[in-house]
Ligand binder design. Structure first.
Ligand code: PYC
Length: 317
């Protein structure tokens, strides 16, 4: 085979949501912050992002994590997260999957470690081979009770919050959050995303709100405080409770006085997996500590055969 690239990846899932960590075979992104390296990847090698996570090697659900040398010597690693349509600033389930993957490679011992991401540094606490806590970037509610007109539905109200990505969080929506309704929930959430764009409702500095989060009662109040359905930027739903989405939720709960500093909120996903989110305050800022478990599911080498017309993945029209 005349191979243009062979890319070594390790797959895991965190609460059902897959992470594909790229450990070798992608171009060096040079020095600088992870935000700068993400821009280099986007501008020069975006076809490799698609090759790694898109069909036929991946799927719309897959989140990629390019493992990088950190900028600061005291950090354990740097990472650039990506998905079927582009790049994420931070990814909670992905950071948990990355820590478990690095441990699997004997590159991370149990204990606390700094991870550099495009959204800023986060702390990983590897408890054992599977359990990880991520002390996330500062999270906050940006706007409360924002009205949006949803065609065919009427007015809907939600909060806009940052948890490492931008979220629109809706509690009053009239939807039942159950696995047998995933297609309806996807269509409903996608319509909210479109309505936000039409109304030019955005996050800070005009950022696009590309994650929609619906909330409902947990399947069992003994196991969780709430259940969510999270629609990701490329129209796939998060199988995990979404680490950055749970951080955004915690920011709203703290702002509403429903969760106090040091309290723990248990967020269940639509699939039934649970993240624990502790409201840690650092210098008056909320730094949610998200705990979850990840499991290695496979290791492989992806080949990009020069004669394969789909070597860069199926491009979405
Ligand atoms: O866990 O933060 C997260 C996440 C974002 C998109 C998919 N998962």
């Amino acid at each position: 085979m005349d191979c243009e690239a062979s890319i070594r990846v390790i797959d895991s899932h965190t609460g059902g949501e897959p992470t594909r960590v790229v450990v070798a075979g992608m171009p060096e992104l040079g020095n600088g912050s992870m935000a700068e390296r993400r821009e280099r990847l986007r501008s020069t090698w975006d076809h490799l992002r698609a090759a790694v996570v898109a069909e036929p090697r991946g799927s719309d659900v897959m989140v990629g994590a390019l493992l990088c040398e950190p900028e600061a010597s005291e950090s354990a690693a740097g990472v650039v997260f990506f998905n079927n349509v582009g790049y994420l600033s931070m990814c909670g389930h992905g950071a948990i999957g990355l820590a478990v993957t690095m441990h699997h490679l004997d590159r991370l011992a149990p204990g606390k470690h700094r991870l550099e991401t495009p959204a800023g540094d986060v702390m990983l606490h590897l408890h054992d081979a599977n359990r990880v806590s991520v002390s996330n970037v500062a999270s906050y509610r940006y706007r409360q009770d924002v009205a949006v007109q949803l065609p065919g539905h009427g007015e809907l109200r939600g909060d806009i919050a940052w948890g490492g990505n931008w979220f629109f969080l809706v509690s009053e929506h009239g939807q039942t959050l159950s696995m047998d309704r995933v297609e309806e929930l996807t269509q409903f959430s996608w319509a909210i995303r479109g309505a936000l764009e039409t109304a030019n409702i955005r996050g800070r500095d005009g950022a696009i709100i590309d994650h929609i989060e619906l909330f409902g009662p947990p399947s069992d109040p003994a196991l969780a405080d709430s259940r969510n359905f999270v629609l990701c930027p490329g129209r796939a739903y998060d199988r995990s409770p979404c680490g950055t989405g749970t951080s955004a939720k915690l920011a709203c709960l703290v702002a509403d006085g429903r969760v106090a500093a040091g309290d723990t909120w248990r967020q269940e996903s639509i699939t039934g997996s649970v993240f624990e989110a502790r409201a840690d305050m650092v210098d008056d800022e909320l730094r949610p500590r998200i705990s979850g478990s990840a499991f290695i599911t496979g290791e492989s080498t992806l080949y990009l055969d020069r004669v394969d017309p789909f070597r860069y993945g199926l491009v979405r029209g």
